[in-house]
Design a protein around this ligand. Structure first.
Ligand SMILES: Cc1cc2nc3c(=O)[nH]c(=O)nc-3n(C[C@H](O)[C@H](O)[C@H](O)COP(=O)(O)OP(=O)(O)OC[C@H]3O[C@@H](n4cnc5c(N)ncnc54)[C@H](O)[C@@H]3O)c2cc1C
Length: 420
């Protein structure tokens, strides 16, 4: 495998490095650099604006829609350099990563012109309204409906697990627009403003006191008739595109957060002596090997993209990626808690008020009265990673049916109709 990048990609790498050095806070690249909560807060407020001015948010988008029109290799290098620096490359996850690219692919010119600039500038935040109480894995069973009333859709129904709904300006949602059509047909993909009377957001409070996802109730909520992405009753296909973006991570950088976190876990094991335990060593070696596999698979995916030589193995890599990293992470965080032993049972973290943070290490905000450490937070969140964006079981079905061509999973029998 030839791992050299073309010279123009390396020139671009230099450009990004220089930009990062000039724009990140002083000392960012120094060993042991941390930020006080105030510094971190200021950084988080100022960074999206800097990214926007640098043109790095959604830089692969065509220039006519505000992107830089980066080539595949350039975008790989961009991701690599930001990951290496531990610098965030996003304004709003749902906007930049999910609905933005979906609009680019499927949206009408009017929709592109209206929404893409606001996503790029970080002016508009989004949430994803797919799941419903009885439609998660079986998403096509969704019941929320939209009916035309003059120039507007009127929406009624309920969504659940809607992350960030309490902050979002807009929701991209799936609604049934033709009740007479079969399950997968008759669904449309709508862009709906969140701040309106017909929408009620109720947070789902988790055991640690946080409430990052919500139930969302639609009671005659409205959006313009033209806010349909990808055509009327074509929402299923459009939604599959969005889910594809949600399941894919940057091929050559996805492994990095795990690599960094594993270093922290190994350091803990060294410090508390658990590294001497052969089963711990074996677990760590297995975790390390899996991170290396992610790294090599990333290169393999990239090579196939660049050369156009895609075989069944590469197709399988794409389909197994989310399942592989999410299961790796759940397993490794269990090992991390084992290594911590009693320390893992104690809430040893602190709230945002006083804890310094290190760039590049994911840190979920600790909630007052339940101050988890970064490793504990990562352990808890890893439990959700095999669920959101399509569960690991559903990913296996996809690999079986779409990659290996196995027979389709038998559907459960229709419930018997009540005797009349
Ligand atoms: C942290 C988090 C954030 C989320 N954010 C959002 C969001 O912003 N927007 C949104 O729309 N949704 C969101 N979700 C919801 C997520 O998409 C669903 O939880 C997921 O699709 C699974 O659906 P479900 O919870 O209804 O589980 P179910 O579909 O009821 O599944 C229950 C169990 O049965 C298994 N199962 C189901 N069908 C099959 C099958 N055919 N074969 C084998 N096993 C099967 C599943 O794998 C799972 O283990 C979020 C979820 C989490 C955990």
């Amino acid at each position: 495998m030839d791992l050299t990048y073309p010279p123009e990609a390396e020139a671009f790498r230099k450009e990004i490095r220089t930009w990062l050095e000039e724009n990140l806070p002083e000392g960012w690249f120094d060993e042991g650099f941390t930020q006080t909560p105030d510094e971190r807060k200021r950084f988080n407020e100022e960074w999206p604006e800097k990214l926007y001015k640098g043109g790095w948010i959604c830089a692969t988008w065509p220039k006519e829609y505000g992107g830089k029109g980066l080539s595949l290799m350039e975008s790989v290098v961009l991701n690599e350099e930001f990951a290496r620096a531990g610098a965030p490359l996003r304004a709003d996850f749902f906007g930049d990563t999910l609905v933005g690219p979906t609009i680019l692919q499927w949206g009408s010119e009017e929709i592109k012109k209206e929404f893409l600039p606001k996503i790029l500038s970080g002016q508009m935040s989004w949430c994803q309204g797919f799941s419903e109480p009885n439609a998660g894995s079986d998403l096509a069973s969704l019941k929320t409906k939209a009916e035309l009333d003059g120039d507007e859709w009127v929406i009624n129904g309920q969504k659940v697990w809607t992350t960030q709904a309490q902050y979002a300006d807009y929701i991209f949602l799936l609604a049934r627009t033709d009740p007479s059509a079969s399950k997968h047909a008759g669904i449309s993909y709508l862009l709906v403003p969140m701040k309106q009377e017909g929408i009620e957001v109720r947070p789902i409070i988790q055991p640690d006191g946080s409430g990052e996802f919500n139930e969302v109730f639609f009671n005659n909520a409205r959006c313009p008739k033209d806010n349909v992405v990808g055509g009327l009753n074509n929402g299923w296909k459009v939604a599959m595109t969005t889910l594809g973006f949600e399941r894919g991570t940057s091929a050559t950088t996805g492994y990095r957060r795990f690599e960094r976190e594993l270093e922290v876990i190994i350091e803990k094991a060294r410090k508390n002596g658990r590294i001497a335990d052969p089963s711990v060593r074996q677990g760590l070696a297995k975790a390390w090997s899996k991170v290396q596999i992610m790294k090599v698979n990333g290169w393999r995916t990239l090579s196939a993209e660049v050369t156009g030589k895609k075989d069944l193995g590469v197709a399988a890599l794409g389909a197994t990626n989310k399942m592989y990293w999410s299961e790796y992470h759940r397993e490794t965080m269990e090992l991390a808690l084992d290594i911590l032993g009693m320390e893992g049972q104690v809430l040893g973290g602190s709230t945002d008020d006083d804890e310094p943070s290190m760039p590049g290490l994911a840190r979920r905000q600790a909630v007052k009265d339940y101050p988890v450490t970064p490793l504990q937070a990562s352990f808890f969140f890893s439990r959700s990673e095999t669920i959101w964006g399509g569960t690991a079981e559903i990913q296996r079905n996809i690999v079986g049916e779409r990659v290996l061509g196995l027979p389709k999973e038998p559907k459960p029998p229709e419930p018997a109709k009540a005797a009349s």
